[in-house]
Design a protein around this ligand. Structure first.
Ligand SMILES: Nc1ncnc2c1ncn2[C@@H]1O[C@H](COP(=O)(O)OP(=O)(O)OP(=O)(O)O)[C@@H](O)[C@H]1O
Ligand SMILES: [Mg+2]
Length: 466
């Protein structure tokens, strides 16, 4: 008797598996699944191994070490061995060009320096016995202040070679320090950050700035004394800050002196022009809390803040430049940085407010004034010391300036209000290089020129007398 076939027999698995097509398909599918599974496993294992076996260091463009590392990477290095030298070749380079016109031939072409650095992408470098994979990447996000895209350099090496990084960072820093040896770095505010202003300049020797007798020793002695007393301040809980105000007419050497002082102390200069448009109280306060290390703060045109006495409007807006109270708060408000040496300069001491002259804001005020007899003599010696060894021409020059009443007395000894600046004397000497008589003959040009009232001068270009 026949039995009704059970439903299972309708879709009999046996029958299915007996079907060679189906069995083959299943076989293939399970093989594929196993392979995918193995691949996933392998990737996970590789990831885990990578995490365990490799170390990764990321340096972002914001970090001060970023340019040092790029410079270190572009160092030429000997890589012995055929494979190693092929492996570590850098095929992607980017170039940074600086031009200078300081060639021996004035009319000649400008000098250009090309600085090659590893470009974006992956590279391999060898350091000692360690191979290091380097990946320089540009991100799609950008710095809101400067508009520059974010950038990182990643360096990866074996865990067992992780100590190479310390050595690399040390070497990169030494390299950067060596490049700046004998130079003064000048920082200026770019947006909300400090950025080097041009290339580091050659240090200006302190001896090349000629101030009146004793003035230079006075400031230099005070700054050096302050620098040696950090512990004294810290022990007594006093903020380690000192401020100087240099005032006087234009071209008396204030800025030059601060630059030379920075060189002497091996400091950088961080400069802000207070009359600059867009410099606000908040920005100033923020920048002062983020000063580059080992730098002198230079606030030029401090009188700009004396003029702008306007307090904040009710809507919190304080105008596009720094207010007086903003300056005071930045210098010693609660948010002020703990360690700082600041120099303020102004041409208009009469606009000064006594509130500024307080320990912690300005501890020392110095007038750097018009050229004195002492300064004129010293400047002469610096320029003509080799051609006027016995100093006879110098005496004639000084006598001439006396006759012209340029040292504050006329030739009869009565006070005169005629003065000249050290910058003008420098200009005269530069015009008469090696020509002492020429300098004496042209000394009359040192008399400060007063510009005529507008209606007496015809329109058009004004020719400056030679
Ligand atoms: N006392 C000085 N000794 C040597 N050089 C000087 C002196 N004074 C001025 N100079 C020269 O004159 C130029 C202008 O000087 P500097 O910029 O330092 O003047 P300043 O006092 O800062 O003027 P300002 O008040 O206009 O800013 C520089 O080239 C500098 O070398
Ligand atoms: Mg100046």
């Amino acid at each position: 008797m026949s039995t009704p076939s059970s439903p299972s027999s309708l879709f009999s698995l046996d029958a299915l598996f007996d079907n060679p097509l189906f069995a083959g398909g299943i076989g293939l599918a399970s093989l594929g699944a196993a392979a995918a599974f193995a691949r996933k496993g392998a990737i996970a294992a590789l990831g885990a191994a990578r995490r365990r076996l490799l170390v990764n260091v990321e340096i972002s463009k914001q970090d001060p070490a970023y340019p040092w590392i790029l410079a270190w990477l572009s160092q030429p290095r000997e890589t012995p061995g055929f494979i190693a030298s092929r492996l570590t070749r850098i095929h992607n380079l980017s170039v940074t060009t600086t031009t200078s016109s300081r060639g021996p031939n004035v009319n000649g072409p400008t000098n250009a320096h090309f600085f090659l650095q590893p470009g974006y992408g992956r590279h391999i470098v060898k350091f000692g016995s360690a191979y290091i994979a380097v990946n320089r990447e540009k991100h799609s996000t950008a710095n809101m202040n400067t508009g520059e895209p974010h950038e990182v350099v990643q360096m990866t090496t074996l865990w067992s070679h992780r100590h190479a990084f310390e050595a690399i960072f040390g070497e990169a820093h030494r390299l950067a320090a060596k490049a700046n040896e004998g130079k003064t770095v000048v920082y200026s505010a770019r947006g909300m950050e400090w950025a080097p202003l041009g290339d580091p300049r050659k240090k200006r020797p302190l001896g090349s700035v000629i101030l009146d007798e004793g003035v230079k020793d006075n400031i230099v002695g005070d700054v050096k004394d302050f620098l040696s007393r950090q512990k004294w301040y810290v022990d007594r809980g006093i903020p380690y800050r000192r401020g100087y105000l240099l005032f006087g007419p234009p071209g008396s050497g204030k800025s030059s002196f601060i630059q030379a002082l920075a060189g002497e102390l091996d400091f950088a200069v961080a400069t802000i022009n207070l009359s600059e448009m867009g410099m606000t109280d908040d920005k100033l306060a923020y920048l002062l809390t983020k000063m580059p290390k080992r730098s002198l703060l230079l606030l030029e045109d401090a009188d700009a803040a004396f003029v702008n006495r306007r307090q904040r409007d009710s809507d919190g807006y304080s105008g596009a430049s720094v207010t007086f109270s903003g300056l005071l708060n930045a210098l010693d408000g609660v948010a002020a940085g703990e360690e700082r040496i600041s120099f303020l300069t102004t041409n208009h001491i009469d606009r000064l407010d006594p509130a500024l002259i307080r320990p912690g804001r300005v501890d020392m005020m110095l007038r750097i004034g018009e050229a004195t007899r002492f300064q004129a003599a010293q400047m002469w010696d610096r320029f003509y010391g080799d051609v006027d060894q016995e100093g006879s021409a110098r005496e004639r020059f000084l006598q001439r300036l006396d006759e012209l009443g340029l040292f504050g007395k006329d030739k009869d000894g009565n006070p005169s209000n005629r003065h000249t600046s050290t910058a003008a004397i420098q200009g005269l000497f530069l015009f008469n290089k090696n020509d002492t008589q020429g300098a004496i003959d042209m000394a009359e040009g040192l008399i400060p020129r007063k510009f005529e009232a507008e209606d007496t001068v015809p329109d058009g270009a004004i020719k400056t007398p030679a």
